[in-house]
Design a protein around this ligand. Structure first.
Ligand SMILES: Cc1cc2nc3c(=O)[nH]c(=O)nc-3n(C[C@H](O)[C@H](O)[C@H](O)COP(=O)(O)O)c2cc1C
Length: 189
């Protein structure tokens, strides 16, 4: 079965980002694909140290659990990343994760190439656009396919659960999930 990995960058286990990804995952599942949400909660993701050993090891040299996530992404057709906005940017550790995932892909078998997905930004009030742009850089340099939606992938909320009241935001995410699933099915025909 085709699979989509959804990486959740929030440190809050049932926070807004997680709830948005759950909504996205439920649509993808309805379309007949398998989903797995992977939270970064409790992980201490380090930044790339530019050792260049990924080509020789076929994985990252840093031993902080990211290689388990990389293995799961390798086995999937879709990859979505959701992050809360912190001071107008994505949470720091998710960018560290994306940079290392991308470098391992480039140094090995380009497993990200033609994977379908995209970024989602969650915030109280502002900075979603710059956060989306920041994470989009990962997709576009790794030969990935990013579908659109009926608005940009941003959902508004402060306290956990607030995002459930952002009807337009959630509708945008549901459409995005549908588009990701439909594209995966199309290109697999
Ligand atoms: C360190 C920090 C910085 C933040 N910076 C912003 C910001 O720039 N813009 C904004 O609208 N919200 C900002 N927020 C609020 C969060 O983005 C918001 O509460 C979001 O819903 C958190 O998602 P989560 O529940 O998935 O963790 C910030 C929160 C924290 C903890």
């Amino acid at each position: 079965m085709k699979k989509v990995i959804l990486l959740c960058a929030s440190p809050r286990p049932s926070g807004n980002t997680y709830q948005v990804l759950e909504e996205c995952a439920s649509v993808i599942e309805e379309e007949g694909l398998e989903v797995e949400i992977i939270p970064l909660v409790g992980k201490r993701i380090q930044s790339c140290i530019a050792c260049g050993r990924c080509s020789e090891l076929d994985e990252c040299s840093l031993d902080d659990g990211l290689n388990d996530i990389i293995t799961k992404i390798r086995g999937a057709e879709g990859f979505i990343v959701g992050s809360p906005v912190y001071f107008g940017t994505a949470r720091g550790d998710v960018m560290s994760a994306l940079q290392r995932i991308g470098y391992v892909s480039m140094a090995t078998d380009n497993f990200l190439s033609w994977m379908v997905g995209g970024p989602i930004a969650v915030a109280r009030r502002g900075g979603q656009t710059s956060t989306l742009q920041e994470m989009l850089m990962f997709y576009l340099i790794n030969d990935m396919i990013v579908p659109g939606s009926t608005y940009w992938n941003m959902v508004f909320g402060w306290a956990p659960g607030d995002v459930q009241d952002d009807d337009e935001g959630m509708k945008t995410i549901r459409r995005f999930g549908y588009n990701v699933a439909s594209l995966i099915k199309k290109i697999s025909e």
